[in-house]
Ligand binder design. Structure first.
Ligand code: LLP
Length: 416
């Protein structure tokens, strides 16, 4: 199912031409489909929740309050990685009980805020964090549940910058160390050691790494149990990928194996309360970034299409060399091979190199696909470019601004 489609040569969302939104709200602008988000939520619910695996949305992928509220209404928990995310999660209506706190460098102040909010679990990534959290918990008179993040050294077969489960990565702790902490848990009387957490990477498009993870954990948790640990929870992390080449593809066409993974995990580890923490798969295909062509320039090697969106709005191409589809919103005949670049004073400010797209003219709009995850949240105001607005096309077809464009005056708001 997709809500973004061509109608009469014009790209639309819920039947509304994107050009119309571009003209009305200005560009660059993020445009979200509530229908696609509802679809993704319902697919994850039926794959996982029906098998007793609780979905905890990794809000780092997109923390717009309207999106968070939809996740909250769906009954999902939320996975946070900072005090700021805690604040937003609470603003969206999540209770402490719905929140798990991951992140490999929690500050003392963030720990205190999370204890105060009674977050359900802390996913702990290092020995120093155990010390700090134990101290903070003792002081607060609470005894939080903790899951130790284990780095299982499983290759997620994805982009090196978003692989997290290898020994060389900074995340988690080696299996031997996690084991030892469980053995030594009496050293931390204010922490309730309840489980294991793993996250092997992101943008994973094959079921096998997850099956390997489950197999690994069956063995590992079994050994921990034999050593006397009383585990009740296993968190398998997130990482399900999306199809950046075909951005309007349905979630089940790209990741048809979600149910299979859930089945496998619940069969093998169902004696624990299981969790997953998906981010990208829930939100990436729900949005496009709409940008307008400022002009075209040519040299003997290239044609550059200069658009008003930039790395400040969508950093992924610049940071990871990531591919995002570029779809001119109006069908014209002919094709051109171009570099699509933003106005920022950086060579790295580009959306595509040597990409064949259908012909565009100045003032045409181009939609950058799969912009709902790691888009707005990674934006910056470099070159004093305001944050773009976010527009939601609701399921009843009405258009709602879910975040306004930042103004120039906002740039001065924090000055003193
Ligand atoms: N859980 C943990 C502990 C994580 O570190 C992450 C992502 C997730 C869950 C959610 O992963 P997802 O389901 O979204 O793959 N900015 C990069 C992605 C960084 C992911 C970091 N951790 C990108 O734009 O590709």
């Amino acid at each position: 199912m997709t809500d973004f489609r061509f109608q009469a040569d014009s790209l639309t969302c819920s039947g509304i031409p994107l050009d119309q939104i571009g003209n009305q709200y200005g560009t660059p602008v993020f445009i979200y489909s509530a229908q696609v988000l509802e679809r993704n939520i319902s697919v994850l619910k039926s794959a996982f929740e029906t098998r007793g695996i609780h979905v905890s949305y990794a809000m780092k992928a997109n923390s717009n309050i309207a999106i968070l509220e939809m996740m909250q209404r769906a009954g999902f928990g939320v996975d946070i990685v900072s005090g700021g995310e805690l604040y937003l999660a609470q603003a969206a209506g999540f209770e402490g009980n719905d929140i798990s706190f991951a992140g490999m460098g929690k500050t003392r102040r963030e720990m205190e805020a999370a204890l105060e909010a009674n977050v359900a679990q802390f996913n702990v990534e290092s020995a120093f964090e155990l010390e700090m959290l134990n101290e903070a918990a003792t002081k607060s008179g609470k005894r939080p549940e903790i899951l130790l993040r284990l780095n299982p050294d499983i290759d997620a077969q994805t982009h090196p910058k978003i692989t997290t489960g290898l020994r060389e990565n900074k995340f988690g702790m080696p299996p031997e160390e996690v084991f030892q902490h469980f053995v030594d848990r009496e050293k931390y009387p204010s922490l309730d050691f309840t489980g294991i957490h793993c996250h092997i990477g992101s943008q994973i498009l094959k079921p096998l790494p997850f099956m390997d993870l489950v197999d690994y954990l069956v063995n590992y948790t079994g050994n921990l149990g034999k050593a006397g640990a009383r585990l009740t929870k296993v968190d398998l992390g997130g990482g399900f990928g999306v199809d950046y080449k075909t951005p309007f593809r349905d979630i089940l066409e790209t990741t048809p194996f979600l149910g299979e993974i859930a089945e496998y995990a619940s069969e093998k580890l169902g004696h624990y309360q299981l969790y997953i923490q998906p981010g990208r798969v829930l939100v990436a295909n729900t949005a496009i970034l709409l940008t307008q062509v400022i002009g075209l320039k040519h040299n003997d090697l290239k044609t550059f299409i200069v658009v008003d969106g930039a790395m400040t709005d969508m950093l992924r191409p610049s940071l990871y060399g990531a591919y995002h589809a570029l779809i001119p919103t109006r069908k014209r005949s002919g094709k051109m091979t171009v570099d699509v670049v933003g106005p920022v004073c950086e060579t790295g400010d580009y959306f595509a190199h040597d990409r064949e797209i259908s012909t565009v003219l100045p003032n045409d709009f181009i939609a950058l696909g799969s912009a709902g995850a790691y888009g707005y949240v990674m934006a910056s105001t470099y070159n004093a470019r305001p944050f773009a607005p976010e527009i939601l096309i609701q399921t009843d077809g009405t258009v709602k601004t879910i975040r306004k464009r930042q103004t120039y005056a906002d740039f001065l708001a924090l000055n003193s």
